[in-house]
Design a protein around this ligand. Sequence first.
Ligand code: C2E
Ligand code: CA
Ligand code: CA
Ligand code: CA
Length: 278
Amino acid sequence: MTPQGQFLSGYYSPDYDIYSESRLTLMSDLREALNKNQTQLYYQPKACMTSGEIVSLEALIRWHHPERGWVYPNDFIPLAEETGVITHITRWALEQGIADLAILLHDHPNLSVSINISARDLETNGLSDLIETTLNHYHVKADRLTIELTETAIMENPEIGLTVLERLADVGLRVSIDDFGSGYSSLSYLKQLPATEIKLDRSLVMDICSCESSKIIVETSINMAHGLGYKVVAEGVEDKETARLLQALNCDWLQGYWLCYPLPIEKLKPWLNGQPKL
Ligand code: C2E
Ligand code: CA
Ligand code: CA
Ligand code: CA
């Protein structure tokens, strides 16, 4: 039923609220911001646990609204997914992220950039064509780009998810299973995915130093992922103690505030030239 239909019939569902006027205004402001380049990508590094080298940068959208000030992704991404505005965000993020990557590669040829995509994007025809065209336009090789997709997004429609992921992998892109361990991951399903890396959710990683069972879960997940041929990234690492323990558990890469906050590209460039932290 259309939002108007719901309104006229007095039909109520928990989703009803997403069509309220202020939320629709937020979405039209967001579309305008995307068109006028009032949104920005910030980048958060992922470092190799053994060499300390920065292997990748995750692109995270930032929006400074002219009246509301900073509006954070958790306050608009879910709504953008519901309303379909997410496809505009994804197009914009791919264009901006690949353009920035082309510049960064001059000084850091081994870097890659990760872009977050949503379940809804998987249903959009032409996602892999768009990515290929944009990579060609900026002369960037496909293996420099990683697509981050949550396990929940894939499981929403496993058939479509798997087909699209296979196409992306055929193009040569890297695929990362984001927020691993936060949803209802099916291990038997996981082994069919053409993914290259698994990102352990912050909720799994955050208390491994104080909680023995969390440590065991993380250790087992790392071993299992390695057994299936995936690299493992730990997200949301906030202190040195956790970083050292993850290193001892053979985690491959690390990301989190302890290493570096997400930064705009002009602040990231000098940071990349500094001393490695690990
Ligand atoms: P995510 O993909 O799981 O990204 C990680 C989030 O955790 C980011 O929040 C990041 O700033 C934050 N974070 C990083 N290190 C730490 C840490 O050490 N501690 C804590 N507490 N948090 C940390 P952010 O940027 O607010 O993004 C939230 C979510 O919004 C993302 O979760 C992602 O799902 C979504 N998102 C952000 N940008 C985009 C985008 O361009 N496209 C899409 N589709 N989704 C996006
Ligand atoms: Ca992510
Ligand atoms: Ca994540
Ligand atoms: Ca997460």
